[in-house]
Design a protein. Structure first.
Length: 132
């Protein structure tokens, strides 16, 4: 799976950001043209941010995806513990992940008691993270 297959954000936006960052690095190094070394520098230091941007995720939300098992689920308490945030913060992040269809609600009447699991998109995103 690739980011282009998973992201709802236009892939061209991520490429545009990558080009601009690489151009800025080249300029900061006193060059007029982008080199392979400039690109490699950007990928070394900004790859996660570029991917998070393309997937419309914040780093703590990405950690939720990483914490969820491929085949199984976690409660909101488990999620909050796994990413070391308050229950209130976990609720906000879970709502965002539900809206972007990276996770789905499995069971439970009250949000805290519900279990959440990865959707196919969420599993694809988790695989992308594992390639880092």
């Amino acid at each position: 799976n690739t980011i282009a297959n998973v992201s709802t954000e236009p892939f061209t936006r991520m490429v545009e950001i990558l080009i601009n960052l690489t151009r800025a690095v080249a300029i900061a190094r006193g060059k007029k043209e982008i080199s392979k070394e400039d690109y490699e520098f950007v990928m070394k230091w900004f790859k996660k941010e570029l991917v998070y941007n393309a997937l419309r995720l914040l780093e703590p939300e990405a950690k939720i995806i990483e914490a969820l098992p491929y085949d199984g689920s976690l409660t909101l308490d488990d999620i909050a513990d796994a990413v070391k945030v308050t229950l209130s913060e976990a609720k906000k992040m879970v709502k965002h992940l539900l809206n972007w269809r990276y996770i789905t609600q499995r069971s439970g009447e009250h949000m805290v008691m519900r279990e959440y699991e990865l959707t196919e998109n969420g599993k694809a995103v988790k695989k992308i993270f594992e390639t880092w």
